[in-house]
Design a protein around this ligand. Structure first.
Ligand SMILES: CC(C)(COP(=O)(O)OP(=O)(O)OC[C@H]1O[C@@H](n2cnc3c(N)ncnc32)[C@H](O)[C@@H]1OP(=O)(O)O)[C@@H](O)C(=O)NCCC(=O)NCCS
Length: 179
């Protein structure tokens, strides 16, 4: 994947950069209601520029040690989505978790499907991974659609897997073998 990957005419995918905190804060504030049913309950101040700049710094530090890779989807200076490859484990596992969200105004255009495809290639070619895993709520059909279109397969149901919106909820697990 090039440093800036074109997903559509004006929409790009790239690794997070220092200074993205402002645009991330704006996007998360604008999308608070859209994301709340699918996210853990966020601590007060989560969407502030300061906290998002902390997130960027942490992700860049983890990228430097090959522990994670965080991406933004951008439309010019605006952040319209975000995706993170996290918890990279090496040795015989060579696997990581994938999470993502898209601005409510940018859904329905195939952008996250294209982003996940590019991130899978990046995970194989640049991070040297064998496998990506993603977990969705059973009712999150849009997210399951993204994963299926991007070449992931359903591997099972994990009971009470993640605490989402304040409740431990069952999740459908998906994986993509990258080679
Ligand atoms: C999950 C989420 C990113 C999916 O967004 P999305 O817009 O449905 O996904 P994509 O960007 O890949 O777009 C796919 C949609 O665009 C349509 N589409 C249009 N052009 C397309 C193209 N060239 N390629 C693929 N799909 C295209 C698809 O048909 C699909 O629409 P449909 O579901 O009505 O059939 C979004 O709903 C979201 O951010 N939700 C809240 C956070 C969340 O759930 N995160 C995931 C937690 S597991």
């Amino acid at each position: 994947m090039p440093a800036v990957f074109a997903l559509a005419d004006d929409v790009a995918l790239r690794l997070v950069e220092t200074g993205d905190g402002v645009a991330l804060s704006t996007a998360l504030t604008r999308n608070a209601e859209h994301l709340a049913p699918w996210d853990p309950i966020r601590e007060p101040g989560y969407a502030t520029t300061e906290r998002q700049e902390d997130f960027v710094a942490e992700m860049r530090a983890q990228f430097a040690t090959s522990s994670a890779a965080a991406f933004v989807l951008t439309d010019g200076a605006q952040v319209i989505g975000q995706a993170t490859v996290s918890h990279i484990l090496r040795g015989p596992f060579l696997s990581a978790n994938l999470g993502y969200w898209l601005d409510a105004g940018w859904t329905g255009r195939g952008l996250m499907t294209a982003a996940v495809g590019a991130i899978a290639e990046f995970s194989r070619d640049d991070l040297g991974l064998h496998r990506l895993q993603a977990a969705t709520l059973e009712r999150n059909e849009p997210s399951q659609g993204v994963l299926t279109r991007a070449g992931f397969e359903r591997i099972g149901l994990a009971p009470r897997y993640l605490q989402i919106a304040g409740t431990w909820q069952d999740h459908v697990l998906f994986q993509r073998i990258l080679e």
